[in-house]
Ligand binder design. Sequence first.
Ligand code: ADP
Ligand code: MG
Length: 229
Amino acid sequence: MTPVIEVTGLTKTYGSGPNAVHALRGVDLTVWPGEYLAIMGASGSGKSTLLNMLGCLDVPTSGSYKLDGIDVGDFEERQLSLVRNRKIGFVFQSFNLIPRTTALANVELPLVYSGMRRKQRRERAFAALELVGLADRAQHLPNELSGGQQQRVAVARALVTGPAMVLADEPTGNLDSASSAEVLGVFDRLNASGRTIVMITHEDDVAHHASRLIRVVDGRVATTVGATR
Ligand code: ADP
Ligand code: MG
């Protein structure tokens, strides 16, 4: 089996000289297909930096990264953006939905760039909304949806391209507890059906949904705990 993520000696330094910030100081991490990994750690420990590297949103200072078996180390921006679009689904704390645009059209958006025909795009987007339990809200606008529903639309948008993994940075950070439970339930179901999930959280009860937990301390992976649930 090929790991979805295989990272060795990953470092990231922002700035240089006396102003340099060593955000990552040598991270080794392997994530297998079907895993649900939670990343915890204090504010400023390097969690988002790590997720940005894993998502090819930024490039590391040193170290190697194989994503789904492909070494992305030498990729240029154009290639990285292709990889992002094909292999990775992102979910952030803020839902980043386009206002005055239906849930269905929001979910469809990542497919527009793939050159897929409109009818097929619609079908795929609708299927993704069904997966997150929002088929009946397809024609609603973001401001007609609750926070939990908006985040579920964002999850559907992350899934619509059939990515190798979903990366989520504090996806429940802006949600009340009922909405959090809704969104976590969706992630649970996705993982149960075999999807690979990597999620940053600072809440223990959120991390307990994951099958493995790592802690980032000062830019390094400090501890790994298997099978938290
Ligand atoms: P976390 O997500 O765990 O709160 P971050 O990965 O956002 O931590 O940040 C790790 C460290 O890197 C912090 O000291 C932060 O200030 C710094 N940092 C993050 N992004 C940048 C950036 N774009 N430029 C300079 N420093 C940054
Ligand atoms: Mg962060």
